[in-house]
Write a protein that binds this ligand. Structure first.
Ligand code: NAP
Length: 280
């Protein structure tokens, strides 16, 4: 078991651990095994999505694990093809049936898809689903400040979370500052840059050697000290444990700045700018 994981409190009072578990590509029996291992290792916040087609695996892992349901925080996300109010509500119910759960702790709008202009309707559906007890806390993903401003203005409800691409090559300084100002927690997707060349970065490797930690551990610690909540995915029990073991050391201000200094405006791994990139 990794050392004690601090908690974060959302704007609606729900608490989350400071690190969660990503599940993209964890499907079927192998996916369930990886998920049960993650829960046994100490992960309590699980990220999923209708479009990952693994809500069933997540629900199965919840039932197989020895951790009581109320200690877990299960997340899913609404796909872009179901943004109308009526379809969004039906999809939330369908997500619950797939997972075999009575409620989600978190449900997010996966992408804003601004050219379709239905994300305010989708948000209203999440607001109502929360009132009816299907979801404990509601948030969004990949929303730019302009999209956030609109849903807040038109419904009066501020999301608890915005889950965005965030890693040392794309540090999202302005977006994070906007979230902070509005009481929204930033979750980091692809926190390890999906294990691309980021894991061989010279600057981070040097810092890792100085702390006798691995490069992924330094990167995850950087997220935590930024105040962002990383969601590393790993199919390996050993790497799951390593990724959770980041609470026994601290990066200095200089080290934090050196890592943030690696960020570039075009640092998105796959160029998925939510102003133009859409997913359905
Ligand atoms: N909202 C969105 O639009 C969105 C988009 C993308 C992702 N996400 C969410 O964010 C989660 C995380 O992002 P991600 O899966 O794209 O990428 P990631 O977590 O940055 O990287 C995952 C990759 O890193 C490897 N890895 C993990 N820990 C490692 C370690 N300690 N040492 C070496 N390699 C390691 C994994 O391999 P092994 O499995 O072999 O360990 C896997 O190939 C996703 O799973 C998903 O839940 C959300």
């Amino acid at each position: 078991m990794a050392n004690q994981i601090p908690e974060i409190t959302l704007n609606d009072g729900l608490t989350l651990p400071a690190v969660g578990f990503g599940t993209y590509k964890l499907n079927g029996a192998a996916g369930v095994n990886a998920l049960v291992s993650a829960i046994d290792t100490g992960y309590r916040l699980i990220d999923s999505a209708f479009n990952y087609e693994n809500e069933g695996a997540v629900g199965e892992a919840v039932r197989r694990s020895s951790v009581p349901r109320e200690q877990l925080r299960i997340t899913s996300k609404l796909p872009g093809r179901h943004h109308t109010y009526r379809e969004a509500l039906t999809t939330i119910q369908e997500s619950l049936f797939r997972a075999g759960l009575d409620y989600f702790d978190l449900y997010l709008i996966h992408w804003p898809n601004p050219s379709k202009d239905l994300y305010v309707e989708a948000w209203q559906a999440l607001v109502d689903a929360k009132k009816w007890g299907l979801i404990r806390s509601i948030g969004v993903s990949n929303f730019l400040p302009e999209h956030l401003e609109r849903i807040i203005q038109e419904t009066g409800v501020t999301p608890s979370i915005n889950q965005v691409e965030l890693h040392p090559y794309f540090a999202q300084e302005e977006q994070r500052a906007w979230h902070k100002e509005h009481g929204i927690v930033t979750e980091s997707w692809s926190p390890l840059g999906r294990a691309n060349r980021l894991l061989e970065d010279g600057t981070i490797t040097k810092i890792a050697k100085a702390h006798q930690k691995s490069v992924p551990q330094i990167i995850l610690r950087w997220h935590i000290q930024l105040g962002a909540l990383p969601l590393p995915k790993s199919s390996s029990p050993q790497r799951q444990l390593d990724n959770l073991s980041v609470f026994d050391f601290t990066l200095s201000d200089e080290e934090m700045q050196a890592i943030s200094g690696l960020s570039r405006p075009d640092g998105r791994t796959f160029g998925q700018d939510p102003a133009t990139y859409e997913e359905f």
